[in-house]
Design a protein around this ligand. Structure first.
Ligand SMILES: Nc1ncnc2c1ncn2[C@@H]1O[C@H](COP(=O)(O)OP(=O)(O)OP(=O)(O)O)[C@@H](O)[C@H]1O
Ligand SMILES: [Zn+2]
Length: 664
C-alpha cells in the first residue's frame, strides 16, 4: 500500500493516512472506486455504508462486485472485495441508510473526513447537515455521464450542499398531464401515475382521471358527461381507480375502455379545452384488437421489441400482458401492500410504455420506442465507469488535502468530456466558494419565502411537497409564529386533523411566518408565506431564498414591479439548466414546484466561458424518502457569520449531453 512505502507521501501525510478514520457514504459507482483507492493508498480505518443490494446492472462499472454477489449487500461485498486488496485494513460495513436513527452527530464526529458517493438529494442533504453540525469536512461528489464534480464542504469556510437550492426537476402542471398532453413526456408521466393508481402507492396528486378543475375548461366543465354518467350509473361518484380495477378483476378490456374511451370522451365534453387544440380521438379495445390481428402479435426478439415503435395492435397486447403480470405480482403481496414502479422491472416498464403510447396516439403525439420511454421515465443518464473512476481519484486526493488541513487547496473540481480553452478536462475552480449568508441550512438564521396559493394548499401538501420534498426535511414540526399554533407535529397523529385543511383555514395567510423545526436533522427554518394564485401553466408554489424578499408586503410588491419576476420553469431546458437556479451575485434563488421521486445522478456544471471554470453547484439528484435519525440535536450555528457573501452558481450540463433526460 502506498502509505506503507516510505517516500511516497510526506511523512506527516503518511502518518495521517494510516491513522485517520474515514467514512464512505454509498458503495455504488463512485463509492466502490473510492473504497478501492482508500485501501490501496493505505488508509486503515474505514467505514462504509450503503442501503442497497447488488443488481446485475451494477456489474459493468462497480468492479468490487461480481456475478455471484448479485442480491447481496453492497456495503458488505465492497468491504470483502476491498479487504482482498489490503487485508490489514479495518473496514466496517453497514447495510443501512445513512438517514436512519443510528447515524447521528456522535457517529459523524468519529471521522476525520466523510466522503459522499450518493445518488440522491435527500441523502446528500442529510449528510451535509450532519457534517455541518458535527463540524466534519465532507467531500461531496457526483457524476452524470461524462461530467463529474468533487467539492469540499467545510463549515464556515465553504458553501454547503444546500447554499443554493437545487434546481427543481422538471415537472408539469397537473392539468396538462390529465387533460391536455402535448408531448410524449406528458403521456409517460401520466402512465407512471396510472401505474401507481392501479398497482403502486396511490397518491392523490397523481390522479389520472380528467381534471374538471382545470381553469381553462371553464366552470361547468364536463357537466354533460357527468350528467350522462349519473343517468347511466345512477350516481356521479367516481370510485377510486384501484377499487374499480379490482372490482373488474383488472380486466384489460374494461380498463382500456375506461381510460382510453370513456375518460377521453369525458375530456372531449370539456369543449373549452379543444377550442385551440386538436381534440383527442377516443380508442376502443375492439378496434385495437382488430389492429393486432392485422399486424401480428408482439415481437419476440427483446432487442427489437425495445428499439422499435410498436404498432397499436402490438401495444394493446403489451398493455394486456403487462396488466395480467402486474395483477399477479400485486396479488402475491400481503393485503394492503403495493408494487413500486421500477424502470428495470419488465412488466412495470411494459405497462408504462404501452399506456404512454396509447395515450400519445389518442392525442396525436408521436409514439416512442420502449427504450426511449424507459430513458425518459427512469431519468436515465448513462453512468460512465471512467468518469466515476476519475472522480473517485480526485475525491481521495482531496481527502489528502483535508487531512493536511490545506482547505484552501480544496477548490471544487470538474471533470469534463472535452478539454477547455486551457487544455484541461479536469478543471479546478478558481476560488473556494464561501457559505451563503442566507443559506437556509448553514446560515445562523435560515429563512425562505414561500409563494403559494394559501386558499388551496393543504397542510398535508405543505408538509409532503414543500417541507419534505423540496426542503428535505424529514420529520418537521411547524408552528405559526406569533400565535404559537401547532400546524404540524412530528408526533404521530397529533395534528392529523389539520392535514386536509388549507393554510388559509388555519389562518396562515399572506405575510405570516412559520417556524419549521426538524430536530432529527438539527434543521430550523423560518418560512415567510406570501399568497399568490398561480396561473394555469405556473408552478403551484415557489420557494425563494433571498434576503431581499424578506421584506414587508408593500415593499415586496414594489420590488416585483421594478424587477423581472423569478425565472419561470422553461420546459425546453433540462432541469439542471441555469434558468431558475441561484446565482453568484445575490439574485433570487428559487425552487419551483415539486419534484417527483426518482433517483438520478446529475452533475450540473456551468460554463461561463471556455477559458475559466465557473462557480458551480455540486451533483444533484432527487430524493428518496429519508427516514429518521435518533439524536435530537439543536442547531449549532457557526460562531461567526460566515465570511464572504457570495452565493454559489448552479449550473448547466455542458458538452454533448443530448441524451440527457431529466424529467420529473
Ligand atoms: N440513504 C442512503 N444511505 C446509504 N446509501 C445510499 C443512500 N441513498 C443512496 N445510497 C447508495 O448510494 C449509491 C449510489 O451509487 P450509484 O449512483 O452508482 O447508484 P447505483 O444504484 O449503484 O446505480 P444506478 O442508480 O445507476 O442503477 C447506491 O449504491 C445507493 O444504494
Ligand atoms: Zn449552506
Amino acid at each position: 500500500m502506498a502509505a506503507q512505502i516510505d517516500g511516497v507521501f510526506e511523512t506527516e501525510l503518511q502518518k495521517k493516512i494510516t491513522e485517520s478514520k474515514v467514512l464512505v457514504v454509498g458503495a455504488g459507482g463512485i463509492g466502490c472506486e473510492i473504497l478501492k483507492n482508500l485501501v490501496l493508498t493505505g488508509f486503515k480505518d474505514i467505514e462504509i455504508i450503503d442501503l442497497d443490494t447488488i443488481d446485475v446492472s451494477n456489474l459493468n462499472r462497480q468492479f468490487l462486485f461480481h456475478k455471484e454477489h448479485v442480491g447481496k449487500s453492497k456495503a458488505n461485498v465492497a468491504r470483502e472485495s476491498a479487504l482482498a486488496f489490503n487485508p490489514n485494513a479495518k473496514i466496517k460495513a453497514y447495510h443501512d441508510s445513512i438517514t436512519t436513527n443510528n447515524y447521528g452527530v456522535n457517529f459523524f464526529q468519529k471521522f476525520s473526513v466523510v466522503l459522499n458517493a450518493l445518488d440522491n438529494r435527500a441523502a446528500r442533504s442529510h449528510v451535509n447537515r450532519l457534517c455541518l453540525t458535527a463540524d466534519v469536512p465532507l467531500i461531496e461528489s457526483g457524476t452524470a455521464g461524462y461530467n463529474g464534480q468533487v467539492e469540499l464542504i467545510k463549515r464556515g469556510l465553504t458553501s454547503c450542499y444546500e447554499c443554493v437550492p437545487q434546481p427543481a426537476q422538471k415537472s408539469f402542471p397537473g392539468c396538462t398531464i390529465r387533460n391536455t398532453p402535448s408531448e410524449p413526456i406528458h403521456c409517460i408521466v401520466w402512465a407512471k401515475h396510472l401505474f401507481n393508481q392501479l398497482f403502486g402507492e396511490s397518491n392523490e396528486d397523481e390522479d389520472v382521471s380528467p381534471d374538471t378543475a382545470d381553469p381553462e375548461a371553464g366552470a361547468d366543465a364536463g357537466n354533460a358527461a357527468l350528467e350522462k354518467e349519473a343517468n347511466e350509473k345512477g350516481n356521479v361518484d367516481r370510485v377510486n381507480t384501484r377499487t374499480w380495477a379490482k372490482q373488474c378483476e383488472y380486466d384489460p378490456e374494461k380498463i382500456f375502455n375506461k381510460l382510453f374511451f370513456e375518460d377521453i370522451n369525458y375530456l372531449l365534453s370539456m369543449s373549452n379545452l379543444w377550442k385551440n387544440r386538436n381534440p383527442p380521438k377516443p380508442a376502443k379495445w375492439d378496434t385495437m384488437k382488430e389492429g393486432e390481428a392485422a399486424e401480428g402479435s408482439i415481437v419476440e426478439d427483446n432487442v427489437a421489441r425495445d428499439q422499435k415503435v410498436l404498432s397499436m395492435g402490438q401495444t394493446a397486447m403489451l398493455f394486456a400482458e403487462s396488466i395480467k403480470a402486474l395483477k399477479e405480482a400485486v396479488g402475491k403481496r400481503p393485503e394492503g401492500d403495493h408494487l413500486v414502479w421500477d424502470k428495470d422491472d419488465k412488466d412495470a416498464m411494459d405497462f408504462v410504455a404501452a399506456c404512454a403510447n396509447i395515450r400519445a396516439q389518442i392525442f396525436g403525439i408521436p409514439r416512442k420506442s420502449r427504450f426511449e420511454i424507459k430513458s425518459m421515465a427512469g431519468n436515465i443518464i448513462p453512468a460512465i465507469a471512467t468518469t466515476n473512476a476519475i472522480t473517485a481519484g480526485i475525491v481521495v486526493m482531496r481527502a489528502f488535502r483535508v487531512l493536511q488541513q490545506e482547505y484552501e487547496a480544496c477548490k471544487t473540481v470538474y471533470v469534463r468530456l472535452r478539454v477547455n480553452g486551457r487544455n484541461q478536462f479536469i478543471v479546478p475552480e478558481t476560488l473556494i466558494i464561501p457559505p451563503k449568508p442566507k443559506c437556509y441550512v448553514c446560515a445562523a438564521k435560515p429563512e425562505v419565502v414561500l409563494k403559494v396559493d394559501t386558499k388551496k394548499l393543504t397542510v398535508r401538501e405543505f408538509r409532503d411537497d414543500i417541507l419534505i420534498k423540496a426542503l428535505n426535511m424529514v420529520s418537521p414540526d411547524v408552528i405559526l409564529d406569533g400565535t404559537g399554533t401547532i400546524v404540524i407535529s412530528s408526533e404521530e397523529g397529533e395534528t392529523d386533523c389539520n392535514n386536509e385543511k388549507t393554510l388559509e383555514e388555519l389562518k396562515i395567510v399572506n405575510g405570516c411566518i412559520l417556524k419549521a423545526d426538524d430536530f432529527l436533522q438539527n434543521y430550523e427554518l423560518s418560512i415567510t408565506v406570501l399568497h399568490k394564485e398561480p396561473g394555469r401553466e405556473e408552478a403551484p408554489y415557489e420557494i425563494v431564498a433571498d434576503p431581499d424578499s424578506l421584506k414587508p408586503k408593500e415593499e415586496e410588491e414594489k420590488k416585483q414591479e421594478s424587477k423581472p419576476a423569478t425565472a419561470p420553469v422553461d420546459d425546453a431546458q433540462p432541469s439542471t439548466s441555469k434558468g431558475h437556479n441561484g446565482s453568484s451575485n445575490g439574485k433570487q434563488t428559487t425552487i419551483i414546484n415539486e419534484v417527483e421521486d426518482d433517483d438520478d445522478d446529475m452533475c450540473i456544471i456551468e460554463e461561463d466561458d471556455d477559458e475559466k471554470p465557473s462557480t458551480s453547484k455540486a451533483a444533484i439528484d432527487s430524493s428518496t424518502t429519508p427516514s429518521k435519525s435518533v439524536e435530537k440535536r439543536k442547531h449549532a450555528p457557526e460562531d461567526d457569520e460566515p465570511a464572504n457573501k457570495k452565493a454559489k452558481v448552479s449550473s448547466h450540463p455542458i458538452d454533448d449531453d443530448d441524451d440527457l433526460v431529466i424529467l420529473d
